[in-house]
Write a protein that binds this ligand. Structure first.
Ligand SMILES: Nc1ncnc2c1ncn2[C@@H]1O[C@H](COP(=O)(O)OP(=O)(O)OP(=O)(O)O)[C@@H](O)[C@H]1O
Ligand SMILES: [Mg+2]
Length: 363
């Protein structure tokens, strides 16, 4: 076997205690985020960084509606966690000078819950429905009619005596957000006048997010310091803001509070977020795949046992980003490391490209 000089050292095998609770690079919101996010949220389209296409298209939709004195068409925003869907929904309300009501799919389990919300909307109000793919079926069907005809049928009574009482609704704008656009039934998707798909942000865009947040947080940061954080933020503004706050802590405790490249790099070394944004868990998975299994292919369960994690954790928490980064591939025969993975961990691939790996990525 041809490992690097250190060889596969089982004692080095990582012991991860609940990586889900303390992952700095998790794109989902945690308690601290929710508080800070409100303060860091861009308030209008001009302040909203990146997403040029969505911004331009949405700008037209909103301007045209404003010019007609009408309520804007229903908007669906799809994209990975932390890319700005909630932020954009609030901007839509602000740009339309309309109040916003916020609820979410899981909160609406009965059609009655939805009827109560819909019937209390004001004219022109924006109804933000987060995680719209997680609404119950009956509520979803009620929503179809509400979106199209601004009407709901409220069922009164039970059994054979039940009657449907039609209820007129004021015109409103539904803004739906989903991380899983593919899970939306087509009839629902078709009722949105505009669908914006949010992409991951480029490092340059994330630098702008970081500079903006640093200004709001009153932190001094230079251009290379911001670039250093941006490069590790996995294309996600929420992660960029979170890393910025951790680097700020470090800068305050270990230096004079200013952030430059060295401070940013040193801080993120402490938090174990590497130059590409991989954290402990990601590196553990990749490390096991390379060092214990010669780069694969290896089955998911085996890989999970090797890192001492649940299958689901490896599959749903670590792998998506590794796949996106082109470091790991899911193949019918198992997980396979790409040449970039070897390079990233500074390891030398075995001469024959790992067991059975030939043909997948060349020799
Ligand atoms: N385009 C942007 N410009 C500047 N900051 C942004 C942008 N998009 C998002 N952010 C920042 O990232 C944070 C997370 O954004 P937001 O809550 O809107 O994401 P989300 O898509 O709704 O995530 P989730 O899917 O978890 O609900 C916000 O606090 C905001 O400060
Ligand atoms: Mg959100």
């Amino acid at each position: 076997m041809n490992w690097d000089e250190t060889g596969p050292d089982t004692d080095e095998r990582p012991h991860l205690d609940d990586p889900l609770d303390d992952r700095l690079v998790d794109a989902g919101a945690d308690g601290e985020d929710t508080a800070v996010e409100a303060a860091l949220r861009p308030k209008d389209l001009d302040e909203f960084v990146g997403q040029e296409k969505v911004r331009e298209q949405l700008d037209l939709v909103l301007k045209a509606a404003r010019a007609r004195g009408a309520t804007a068409d229903h908007v669906l925003l799809s994209g990975a966690p932390g890319l700005g869907k909630t932020t954009l929904s609030m901007i839509i309300a602000a740009e339309m000078n309309a109040p916003i009501r916020i609820t979410s799919g899981p909160a609406i389990q009965h059609a009655g819950d939805l009827a109560a919300i819909l019937s209390s909307l004001q004219e022109g109000e924006v109804l933000f429905l987060d995680e719209i793919h997680r609404m119950s079926r009956p509520a979803e069907e009620m929503l179809y009619m509400a979106m199209e005809d601004f009407r709901v049928d409220v069922i009164v009574g039970k059994g054979p005596g039940a009657t449907a009482i039609p209820l007129e609704l004021p015109p409103f704008t539904l803004v739906g957000a989903t991380t899983r656009a593919g899970l939306l039934p087509p009839p629902l998707r078709d009722r949105f006048g505009f669908t914006g798909h949010m992409e991951f942000y480029s490092p340059v865009e994330l630098e702008r997010v970081i500079h903006r947040s640093a200004r709001l947080l009153d932190v001094e940061i230079d251009v290379v310091g911001a670039a250093e954080i941006a490069g590790r933020s996995r294309g996600t503004p929420r992660i960029a803001n979170r890393l910025l706050r951790r680097v700020r802590d470090y800068a305050q405790v270990k230096a004079d509070g200013r952030i430059d490249r060295d401070i940013a790099a040193a801080a993120l070394r402490v938090y174990e977020v590497d130059a590409r944004g991989l954290d402990r868990l990601d590196r553990a998975v990749l490390g096991a795949l390379l060092k214990l299994f010669g780069g694969g292919p290896v089955g998911l369960s085996t890989l999970a046992v090797a890192v001492g994690e649940e299958r689901e954790t490896v599959e749903e928490v670590a792998e998506p980003f590794l796949v996106r980064e082109g470091l790991l591939a899911r193949t019918p025969r198992g997980r396979v490391a790409t040449p970039a993975a070897w390079a990233h961990l500074g390891l030398v691939p075995p001469p024959h490209g790992g067991k059975g790996q030939q043909g997948l990525f060349g020799a």
